[in-house]
Design a protein around this ligand. Structure first.
Ligand code: 9WN
Length: 449
């Protein structure tokens, strides 16, 4: 731990402890989120990991992203899990024999040489690629890093902006809570309530071999996750869905954080394009246009937060979800937000629903005043390092320097004192979930330097 390293007279105990986590979790070409609970490569984890890893080894950070992008499907999607063939099938559920990417994903263009899931995760990758490039531009140019990842990142964004524009407004929709990355957020309670759960004894939850049931999603949640993934798989992962409105799944949501990360990555892709000697204006303009759509479609001025839009609720346009989640604060990281939206987001984060700078040490994953809030159950209240890293970035971008500095200090303290826990109690900083969690170590390292 950081304390052990400090006791041995290490001048930089946080760096040493974080580097040890990333070293332990490195498998040769990518990094697992954690050795026990998550023994494969995860999509948005790898992006956050690369952002920290660039400070230890820019080469490994590039390879991390390249390994993930090699598993891209022909339709542009980047799968949420790339499976490690040397890990036993029962080590993680759902395993490759559930997803059957090579057969069920054939029409959508799943790759042959590697087994993957068929759903996606938030598109943090172009942002990560750009930050990795900046860590060592000489090495990046010598390896043609950006030239090689650029076409894959562009195809990935095309998939999201076209195939996943299920609402027809220009935003990307997610078709599974695992795609948005905050699996059991109370924001999904209403949209998920329409999904008939798979029968409990038809699958085995490997997560409970490592995680405490009190901190994890419930069996009912899992039944619904399994049903949605099974249905999507059995429809060939959407390969036959022709127009934007053709997707028939029971769950389709436009999510603020997912789209904000896509827009931030569009800006990064514009910078990447510029570095490669191609005019970047059109892509920046598209990012600005998407920012306006995000505000028009998901901003709720009355409550000062972005709302998820449940596309399966009622009429064609869907309906906003009432719960306030951390997802609704993440768009602060966008440069083109109107000033009144920026001011309101900061007020909301510091107000009674999230208490930043007040009673909480880090921004919780969910509204403290919601009856659904639970300080230790996964995405229903605990604070996560990745969302706090994103919010810190937003505060800094918009000139909120004192608040950004305070959040950065708290993040570093909590991340290292909790042994780089997966998530923490937002009031006390006590760690839950797995320890030695890669993105907690990587993003602390990024803010530490
Ligand atoms: C399902 C790996 C992933 C994160 C997600 C987090 C959790 C998986 C699970 O772990 O999800 O994808 O098994 O619970 O919710 O954000 O990417 O760290």
């Amino acid at each position: 731990t950081t304390a052990d390293a400090g006791a041995r007279g290490d001048p930089d105990p946080l760096r040493t402890a974080a580097a040890r986590v990333l070293h332990t979790n490195w498998t040769g070409a990518s990094t697992v989120p954690s050795r026990g609970l998550y023994p494969h490569q995860w999509s948005w984890d790898s992006a956050f990991i690369a952002i920290g890893l660039r400070h230890l080894s820019p080469l490994r950070a590039q390879v991390e992203l390249e390994t993930l992008l090699r598993a891209q499907w022909a339709d542009g999607r980047v799968p949420h899990i790339v499976f490690n063939p040397s890990v036993p099938l029962d080590a993680y559920f759902p395993s490759p024999d559930f997803w059957r990417s090579a057969t069920a994903g054939r029409a959508a263009g799943a790759p042959g040489g590697v087994q993957t899931s068929g759903i996606v995760q938030p598109p943090v990758h172009a942002l990560a690629a750009w930050l990795v490039h900046l860590a060592d531009p000489g090495l990046s140019r010598a390896r043609s890093f950006l030239a090689r990842v650029h076409p894959r990142l562009a195809a990935w964004h095309r998939f999201l902006l076209h195939r996943r524009d299920l609402g027809g407004a220009g935003l990307a929709a997610v078709v599974h809570p695992w795609e948005q990355g905050m699996d059991n957020s109370p924001c999904w309670d209403v949209p998920l309530s329409r999904v008939p759960p798979a029968r409990p004894r038809t699958f085995r939850r490997a997560d409970l071999d490592h995680g405490c049931p009190r901190d994890r999603p419930t069996d009912l949640d899992y039944g619904r996750y399994v049903r949605l993934a099974t249905d999507y798989r059995d429809r060939g992962y959407g390969a036959a869905d022709r127009g934007p409105h053709e997707h028939r799944g029971d769950f389709a949501v436009e999510d603020p954080a997912f789209n904000a990360l896509l827009i931030a990555s569009e800006h990064a892709l514009a910078r990447i394009t510029g570095e490669l000697g191609v005019a970047a204006t059109a892509r920046h303009e598209r990012a600005e246009r998407l920012t306006r759509v995000l505000v028009e479609r998901l901003w709720d001025p009355a409550s000062g937060i972005f709302r998820c839009r449940d596309l399966r609720a009622g009429p064609a346009e869907g309906a906003p979800v009432a719960e306030r989640g951390i997802t609704g604060l993440v768009p602060l990281l966008l440069p083109g937000l109107p000033g009144d939206v920026v001011a309101a987001l900061v007020r909301t984060a510091c107000g009674p629903h999230f208490e930043l700078g007040g009673r909480t040490r880090l921004v919780p994953s969910h509204d403290l005043l919601s009856p659904a809030f639970d300080a230790r159950r996964y995405w229903r209240g605990p604070a996560w390092i990745n969302t706090n890293w994103l919010f810190e970035r937003g505060l800094r971008l918009h000139g909120e320097r004192a608040r950004a500095d305070a959040l950065r200090t708290a993040l570093l303290d909590v991340a290292s004192a909790s042994g780089f826990s997966e998530y923490v109690d937002p009031y006390t900083g006590r760690g839950f979930g797995t320890r030695g969690f890669s993105w907690s170590a990587a993003l602390a390292l990024d803010l530490h330097l």
